[in-house]
Ligand binder design. Structure first.
Ligand SMILES: Cc1cc2nc3c(=O)[nH]c(=O)nc-3n(C[C@H](O)[C@H](O)[C@H](O)COP(=O)(O)O)c2cc1C
Length: 176
């Protein structure tokens, strides 16, 4: 179990091409449930997820994501929305500016891994015009779309692992 989890985490790749097959509703529910098991500061859970299945809407989002058209080829697109005021209620500015973003990042990563465990491919998309995406999805004032996650079955070969910096470069013993 332990090794399985490590293998799953290490085998994750950003995938930008998906097959035509549809996501099963049970799988989507499982992915969402796993996503929402992410930690959040003070358990505030300052998040929402918009499920986008409509192809036209996906295309609008792709264009708000500076022409990342591959996302419209996914079976479903999830848009993670942060709710900074729910963190701010307890933690003030630090809640709004840091915790709400960290919490939604943890949620996003959980979704990527849950999808992978169920053999779906994903890509974390952060390059998009926030105002445009908010408008397309009618996101209420005060909430922020923070990540977009296309989910689909892998089409073709798994992309090669992108290199990582050597551990020695990024791990500091005791102090800088
Ligand atoms: C905050 C964030 C934003 C990202 N935005 C994009 C994006 O807009 N488009 C894209 O294709 N990939 C995006 N990625 C994926 C990265 O390019 C990818 O994780 C990185 O190159 C390492 O590759 P890997 O995920 O296959 O290990 C983003 C990843 C993160 C964490």
């Amino acid at each position: 179990m332990k090794e399985d989890l490590l293998k799953i985490i290490q085998s994750r790749r950003s995938v930008r091409r998906y097959s035509q097959s549809q996501i099963l509703d049970n799988d989507l529910q499982e992915i969402l449930k796993t996503g929402f098991s992410a930690p959040s500061a003070g358990n505030r859970q300052p998040w929402r997820i918009v499920i986008v299945r409509d192809r036209g809407k996906m295309e609008q989002i792709a264009s708000a994501a500076y022409g990342q058209t591959f996302l419209a080829g996914a079976s479903v697109v999830l848009v993670v929305v942060a709710v900074p005021y729910e963190s701010a209620e307890r933690y003030g500015e630090r809640g709004a500016e840091l915790y709400a973003l960290q919490d939604t990042a943890a949620l996003t990563q959980n979704i990527l891994l849950a999808a992978l465990a169920l053999e779906y491919a994903t890509c974390w998309i952060g390059a998009f015009n926030e105002d445009e995406v908010a408008k397309i999805l009618n996101v209420p004032e005060g909430m922020r779309p923070v990540s977009i996650i296309p989910i689909g079955r892998l089409e073709g070969a798994l992309p090669k692992a992108r290199p990582r910096k050597p551990i020695a470069e990024v791990v500091i013993e005791e102090a800088f």
